[in-house]
Design a protein around this ligand. Structure first.
Ligand code: GLA
Length: 377
């Protein structure tokens, strides 16, 4: 679609087409900005960027999904500029240039399969596709190994943090750039290490339940959680909550900070346990850890919402091995680990529960661990 869209708008074929996937995080939520552990996998749903270089500094960007066009000179990109969707695109190229890479003007046409606002990292997929397109067009050589891909992920994250102004961690961008088909990624945000963990579901699958709920308080609440974690670490005299043991958390006298820290510390332990469970093909244990993660996010971290809770409860009520919210929370998507044979019953249970609660129709699909960002042509 991006390819045809490019030809329609510019009258000639693009020099490169790049793709970057959305993600689900299997476990390890709100840990990335606490120097912690995450275990995401890429979706097969991806965003495509069809692109050609320009002689000058100008970026001309089209989004086929929202039918919008934007132009800006690369030298004019700055925090908060451009605003809105084109900030993800321009910000990524800005960040690559800031890092010293010879990136020039481009024509870029974007088309995405990743549902927007579903907590499945549609923005990281745009950033990743643009970063990969720039690598291909300007010969940056950053796609050959995980180290190069980390450089791209960092540029994508800077776009999000500094140009768009969203204070996210690096989970989404790293997952989109470094994932491998058939694998989950164990990401350690303390030492920046990455391990590719085979994700063999043998007769089971990950059902994504996009609740289609979006709560507007989300943005401010995300930043608030970050600040609370920083404050908890400061009070405990450590650099990050990664340095803290479960017993030390209980020394925090502020009950809110104590619960926030308890989530982060326990979630890191659950990621380690989940990796071990995957390694010994113990999907029952993985499921239990996922459900425990949701409980912690709901009770201690307070980032769930009614739709996410109902989705998880409904899936568990018909035998899911585990279920949890995925991503930032306050709406977006939940995931359930189910037996393949239970898919129809699980989908029916979730739809029934949503109808009973008067929620809108959820969007349900099975997630397959897909490849990371790549050049298509
Ligand atoms: C969002 C952010 C990520 C991460 C998750 C929560 O997806 O973009 O950096 O913090 O929330 O785990």
């Amino acid at each position: 679609m991006a390819h045809e869209g490019f030809i329609r708008r510019l009258g000639y074929p693009p020099a490169a087409i790049a793709m970057a996937p959305g993600r689900v995080n299997i476990i390890g939520e709100h840990t990335d900005y606490n120097a912690g552990l995450c275990l995401p996998m890429a979706l097969t749903q991806a965003t495509a960027a069809a692109a050609s270089p320009r002689e000058d500094d100008e970026l001309r960007i089209w989004s086929l999904d929202i039918d919008r066009h934007a132009s800006i000179a690369l030298s004019d990109v700055a925090p908060g500029k451009p605003r809105g969707w084109s900030g993800y695109v321009a910000g990524t190229l800005w960040a690559l240039r800031e890092a010293g890479f010879p990136v020039g003007g481009m024509e870029i046409v974007i088309a995405s399969e990743v549902p927007v606002g579903a907590g499945l990292s549609s923005s990281a997929a745009i950033e990743g596709a643009v970063a990969v397109a720039a690598t291909a067009l300007f010969g940056l050589g950053l796609l050959d190994d995980d180290a190069g891909r980390r450089v791209l992920a960092l540029a994508c994250r800077r776009a999000e943090n500094e140009i768009v102004g969203a204070p996210t961690g690096g989970l989404d961008q790293t997952a989109s750039l470094l994932a491998r088909a058939g694998h989950a990624l164990r990401l350690d945000f303390r030492d920046d290490s990455v391990a590719h963990v085979p994700f063999d579901l043998a007769g089971h699958e990950i059902l994504v339940i996009d609740t289609r709920a979006h709560h507007s308080l989300a943005d401010g609440q995300y930043g608030k959680r970050r600040t609370e974690c920083e404050e908890a670490a400061r009070l405990l005299g450590v650099e990050s909550l990664r340095e803290v043991s479960p017993a030390e958390v209980e020394a925090l006298t502020d009950p809110v900070l104590r619960r926030r820290a308890r989530h982060v510390v326990s979630e890191n332990a659950r990621v380690e346990a989940a990796v071990a469970a995957l390694e010994r093909h113990d999907l029952h244990e993985l499921g239990l850890l996922m459900t425990a993660s949701h409980h912690s996010l709901r009770v201690d971290y307070e980032v769930s919402c009614a739709e996410l809770d109902v989705a998880c409860t409904a899936a568990l009520s018909v035998g899911a091995l585990g279920a949890r919210m995925t991503g930032g929370g306050f709406g977006g998507s939940a995931i359930a680990l189910i037996e393949t044979a239970a898919r129809v019953a699980t989908e029916a249970a979730v739809r029934r529960a949503f109808a009973q609660h008067g929620f809108g129709e959820p969007n349900l699909f099975v997630a397959t661990p897909g490849p990371g960002a790549r050049v298509l042509a």
